[in-house]
Every structure is written in structure tokens, then in C-alpha cells.
Design a protein around this ligand. Sequence first.
Ligand code: SAM
Length: 228
Amino acid sequence: MTIEKITPPRIRSFVRRKGRVTPGQHFALENHAQHYCLDPQQEIDFENVFGRAAPLIVEIGFGNGDSLAKMAAENPDKNYLGIEVHRAGVGHLLMLIEAQQLTNIRIYCHDAIEILEQRVPNESLAGVHLFFPDPWHKKKHYKRRIVRDSFVELLARKLATNGYFHAATDWENYAEWMLEILNRAAEFKNISATQTYCERPDYRPLTKFEQRGIRLGHGVWDVMFAKQ
Ligand SMILES: C[S@@+](CC[C@H](N)C(=O)[O-])C[C@H]1O[C@@H](n2cnc3c(N)ncnc32)[C@H](O)[C@@H]1O
């Protein structure tokens, strides 16, 4: 008798929200997705898709895409791959791409872990951004946090040497958690001079949510590590 190995389902970092899709987002999803959204089921050659070779930056969980669109507009020399499971957010980003005629963004509406594992070649990324990931505040939900040892191992495989991982969070406990997990990964070194947190680099736009937080005296922690 052979006993099949049973792999337990992976604990995901998101819950699919229904969320209202506005008419504008719906129009964008219907009419523009075919130009910018990639099929998670298909093999891909990113240079071919972008029509050029350029440093490739992945943003995981871009939300409504405001920051991603701004970064892509300000850095036309880089290619950006946004990955988000929330359809309304993808629709919003498609509207921004069309309105600004951005040519350097492509999107997956899918679980970022699966895309990184299955579609992104090893040692191919110049950077990975993770801005304000779901903090999963309650202790019993910590296991849902996207930053965990297996995630850091995945990053180490996908980033090129000297590629960077940049996360930002407004939840101090999650910032400490990230430092602890990244510090024990031999492939990464902390970019911060204090070996803790960095100042927000200019390329990361300040979001409305963050501006409000700053007014209310809340903190934001930027965590940056380079792959060595
Ligand atoms: C708290 S929101 C932050 C959104 C945005 N980065 C911002 O700063 O406003 C976190 C986002 O990450 C997305 N997300 C979480 N896990 C994900 C995963 N494994 N793959 C793709 N998206 C994910 C969620 O759908 C959500 O939109």
C-alpha cells in the first residue's frame, strides 16, 4: 500500500473581500485588463511582456494602486509588477494606468505567493515592495502574516544579488516581527544604519492614510533589507 503525502493547505495572508466595484473600475476591468493583467496560469517572459529589459520591481498587495502608479510614473526606467487579490483595487489601478498612459506596469490579480513561486524566475527581481500589509493584530492570527520564514526564503530565491526588500507598516509589533524574521535570514542584511528602521525613501509616496496617521501622532516603520 502506498500512502500519499498530504500537504496541508497553506495559510493565506488575505481574506477575499467582496467589496463594491464602482462602474469606472468595472469598465476598466472589462476593457483594459487584457492589456495590463497577466494570466496566472500561463508561462511568462517578462522582457517580452514589457517589451524591454529593465529592473523589475514587484509590489505585493498594492491596494488601490495609488502608490504603485505614482512610483511607476516617476521611475519610467523600471518595470513594475503589481500583485493584488482585490478586484476593485485592480480596477482602480487600471483606471490610473489608462489615465496616465503608463507603459511600465503589469498586474496579476492573484495570490502573490503563488505568482512568486510559479511565475517569477529565480534571481530576477531588483526589488520587492510590501507596503502596509494586513497586520493581523490578534495573536491567534499572527500565522496569517505574510512575512514569515517561508516568505523570506522565497524572497531570497527571487531577488537578484543586491536586490532589496522594502516593507512599511504602521503597526509596531509587526515591524518588530519583520526585523526578527529578516535578521535571522543569512541571505539578507539590514540596510538601515542603525540596523533597525530606515527613513521613508523618496520613492515611496506618502499615502493619505499615512498623512492622517502622522497628524494623529501614529508611527510608520520602514524596513529595508538587501540580498547579499
Ligand atoms: C492593508 S492593505 C494595504 C494596501 C496598500 N499597500 C496600501 O498601502 O494602501 C493590504 C493589501 O494586501 C492584499 N494582499 C494580502 N495578501 C496578499 C497576497 N498574498 N497576494 C496578493 N495580495 C495580497 C490585500 O488584498 C490588501 O489589499
